[in-house]
Ligand binder design. Structure first.
Ligand code: ASP
Length: 414
């Protein structure tokens, strides 16, 4: 029987969501869309969130337990972190270049906005996040859904399974692999509801936001979108093609449903189950690599967020009439990188982290109110770029580890 591919179903869901939101604004029933229709989106998000923690734990533990020797583990870690740092930095520099050339904040006429007072930009918060990577209580981290400490514990646990003699080692590896298989089947079941969930999430976002707020900030949004576009459509495809020997188009097709979901949910963490599913089934990367690179990437590797932090901070400085010299711009780059590492994979995490950057270069936090109105659409875009970069990194690393049977190789026929 003819069955529409999932990414088409999701696209139809998105379009229907936008149409419903516009009709609701014309006929004044936005409240119904925002409060009632949105419940479908809430259910979809909750279902994804329900599986994230068991999925991360079993995916990492079974992945690391299968990596084998400590040398393999060390090599994979170095490659993974190098990829994260190189791509995040190149994203930031792309943003920095365009924000300096176009200067969207110079002469911008912005509407009066009520200033924000509740955001705390203390650098200590970022340090706490980084120190908190080592959990003092792993159950507490699970209860709170703190992903970084959970990842850390799972990495160590998987590593030491490898150091344990049989039969314990084989029993435990088999156990975690078995639970992981169950989690992946649950994931695929939940993904089936993505078109409906995405429909509701988009309808709510459009009904809530409207178009009018975008106009005064169009130039600023333009710079963020242009830089994100360049990073996603030029820098990362170049890396895919030349470093990984991967066809960027095949990779994009393999990830399309996942990217649409990242766009609609604005959450790398909520999208993680789909990311793992697409990378393993559509690109053919082994579970050993994907289960190591993807959960870490969803939390640490955020190219889109890093770029956004830099452009937004520079924009605010331009609006405030504060000239940032080379040294200050260097601080912006560095804190944008740290902020993107520290930001959780949830909606608006990048916006909250902005406070740290503004603090670092002595800008007033109240200026954040100016860019709040357009944060959501930019969040949708930067989250898609975050997830895209995670997926590109996984195939590049898999290739470098000798996985030559990927379905997305550039010279693959058919
Ligand atoms: N929403 C983004 C993500 O989940 C983080 C951000 O706010 O920039 O990847």
């Amino acid at each position: 029987m003819f069955k529409l591919k999932l990414h088409w179903q999701i696209l139809i869901g998105m379009t229907a969501g936008v149409i419903l939101a516009i009709i609701s604004q014309v006929f004044n029933f936005e409240d119904f869309v925002i409060n009632k229709i949105s419940l479908l989106g809430v259910l979809f998000l909750r279902a994804l969130q329900m599986i994230i923690i068991p999925l991360i734990i079993t995916s990492i533990i079974s992945g690391v337990a299968n990596i084998g020797s400590s040398e393999n583990f060390g090599r994979l870690s170095i490659k993974t972190f190098s990829y994260y740092i190189v791509t995040s930095l190149s994203a930031i520099l792309t943003g920095l270049l365009f924000v300096n050339i176009i200067q969207p904040g110079i002469g911008a006429v912005l509407p009066e906005t009520e200033m924000l007072h509740s955001i705390d930009g203390d650098m200590g918060k970022l340090l706490d996040t980084l120190i908190g990577i080592i959990p003092s209580n792993i159950i507490d981290a699970m209860v709170k859904g703190d992903i970084l400490p959970i990842i850390f514990f799972s990495l160590i646990f998987g590593f030491f399974i490898n150091k344990t003699p049989d039969p314990y080692k084989s029993h435990l590896t088999l156990f975690f692999q078995s639970v992981f298989e169950v989690m992946m089947r649950m994931t695929r079941f939940i993904i089936g509801f993505a078109p409906l969930g995405v429909f509701a999430l988009i309808a709510k976002t459009v009904a809530e936001t409207g178009i009018a707020v975008f106009l005064p900030l169009a130039k600023y949004m333009g710079v963020v979108i242009l830089s994100l576009g360049l990073h996603a459509c030029f820098t990362l495809p170049l890396l895919l093609y030349f470093v990984g020997g991967i066809s960027p188009i095949a990779q994009f097709k393999a990830m399309s449903s996942t990217l649409l979901t990242a766009f609609s949910t604005s959450s790398s963490s909520a999208t993680l189950p789909l990311t793992i599913d697409s990378v393993e089934n559509n690109t053919g990367v082994s579970n050993k690599i994907s289960s190591f690179v993807l959960p870490l990437g969803a939390t640490i590797n955020m190219d889109g967020t890093a770029l956004y932090e830099c452009v937004a901070a520079m924009f605010i400085a331009q609006v405030a009439g504060v000239e940032l010299g080379v040294m200050e711009q260097f601080i912006v780059v560095l804190t944008a990188l740290l902020a993107s590492i520290g930001a959780a994979g949830i909606p608006m995490a990048g916006f909250v982290m902005m406070a740290i950057i503004l603090n670092a270069v002595g800008l007033d936090l109240e200026y954040l109110a100016l860019i709040l109105a357009v944060d959501r659409p930019l969040d949708m875009l930067r989250t898609s770029v975050n997830v895209w970069s995670d997926s590109c990194g996984t195939v590049i690393i898999a290739r470098s580890e000798g996985e030559n049977n990927l379905k997305v190789l550039k010279n693959k026929k058919g």
